[in-house]
Write a protein that binds this ligand. Structure first.
Ligand code: ADP
Length: 400
């Protein structure tokens, strides 16, 4: 092996990672993956092989200073990678970065100046962006010579027309960056890259992709480029999610603050962490738990979740002038046959006819042969997309 690319998704309480062997083949191969969990409190390193065998499961010491949580987690991870799994030489690190704003619409080599400019976007993704940046700074301190590449969840949507990007606010606010950006771009970009394998030329037609994970959004594509998406300035907009509310009347935010006396920080917590499936059900943010529950409020949360998808699908179909293909992906899209069935049945008016057996079997095609609109289950792979970007930016495996 000529080296490895480490892909990092750094969050508030965990650092998820995957290491790819970057050999001569067309696609980097994932060798190991895992996470450091509970990094602030009792950090725990978990590593699995590509085949799913647990290779490591151990507590690591918590740093005395919580500000060093990411650095100590990454130090353990880099140490483990050096010693194990045949990942001898790291050639680069690729980071999933939530917000690139208008500044970063391509994967970008990380420098102190890039980190400083990304910091300016922290308030647009307060739960994610600061932790993405902590990991970059930590790796720059631990291994200053290791190239780092930032890959942005917003970048795929940079192709959208002005009317899709603008809010109907005074113009100077749009110029100041208050506009729609969209997220899950690395997932959509990966799906766009594999669509021709499934669809042939139809891949370049009118496609809607539904990324239904803990975070959830939908993207309308034409020519495999983003035309419209449901998230906007922040990752709160659009679909109902695990703990996030999705689209909300901005007047509701004013009401919560001005009439119900909530502080902005409380509203932020409410909208990001206490709403969505969790808030409506009062039980759980996890779709598996809700599907297994006999409680009426679990059913109500699922009903609202599916209804919001149907509404947004209609809106995206209008943007495209109809659809040819619907793709479902991420945790719920890939694994919940019941949600897929409901989403497809709600799309019957668009010309989509579900094949119940194919759906129960997990696809990949879940629409009937006669269906005018085809529906597919395609697993996403954001980590691979990042590894591919790193390879493309740095050149071939031997050029660093
Ligand atoms: P993240 O956005 O954190 O990457 P995932 O893409 O892993 O999230 O999706 C997590 C969601 O997928 C959770 O709501 C989980 O319950 C759901 N999920 C995973 N497997 C299943 C399954 N077999 N049936 C229903 N839902 C599932």
């Amino acid at each position: 092996m000529s080296g490895a690319i480490l892909v990092i998704n750094s969050g508030s309480s965990s650092v998820k990672f995957a290491a790819f062997a970057d050999g001569a083949g067309p696609i980097p191969e994932r060798v190991v993956h895992g996470e450091v969990e509970e990094i602030g409190e009792s950090p725990h390193l978990l590593v699995w092989s590509h085949e799913g065998a647990l290779l490591e499961d151990r507590l690591i010491g918590a740093p005395r200073d919580p500000a060093g949580a990411h650095e100590s987690a990454l130090q353990e991870l880099l140490g483990w990678l050096e010693q194990h799994a045949g990942v001898q030489t790291l050639r680069a690190v690729g980071h999933r970065v939530v917000h690139g704003g208008d500044l970063f619409i391509q994967p970008t080599r990380v420098t102190p100046d890039v980190i400083a400019r990304l910091e300016g976007l922290n308030s647009l993704a307060p739960l994610h962006q600061p932790h993405n940046l902590s990991a970059m700074r930590a790796i720059a301190r631990l291994q200053p010579a290791l190239p780092q590449i930032a890959c942005f969840d917003t970048a795929f949507h940079a192709t959208q027309a002005w009317v899709e990007r603008a809010f109907a606010l005074p113009r100077h606010l749009g110029q100041a960056g208050v506009k729609r950006y969209g997220f899950h771009g690395l997932s959509y970009e990966y799906i766009a890259s594999v669509l021709p394998d499934h669809l042939g030329e139809v891949a370049d037609g009118r496609v809607v992709v539904a990324h239904l994970g803990n975070g959830a959004s939908m993207c309308a594509m034409l020519g495999r480029r983003s035309v419209a998406t449901t998230m906007s300035l922040t990752a709160l907009d659009g679909l109902m999610m695990g703990t996030r509310c999705g689209s909300l009347d901005p007047g509701a935010v004013l009401y919560l603050i001005q009439d119900m006396g909530m502080r902005p920080a409380e509203v932020e917590k409410l909208l990001y962490e206490q709403s969505g499936l969790l808030g409506v059900s009062g039980l759980s943010a996890d779709m598996r738990t809700l599907e297994a529950s006999a409680q009426p409020q679990a059913q109500a949360a699922i009903d609202l979740y599916v209804h919001r998808i149907a509404r947004e699908l209609g809106s995206l179909a209008a943007t495209l002038g109809g659809i040819d293909t619907l793709v479902l992906t991420a945790g719920i899209g890939e694994h919940s046959a019941a949600i897929r069935a409901r989403v497809c049945r709600d799309a019957a008016w668009l010309g989509l006819e579900l094949d119940e057996h194919a759906n129960a079997a997990g696809g990949p095609r879940i629409s009937s042969a006669a269906s005018r609109v085809s529906a597919w289950v395609i697993p996403t792979n954001e980590e691979l997309m990042i590894a591919l970007h790193v390879r493309a930016l740095l050149g071939g495996p031997h050029s660093v």
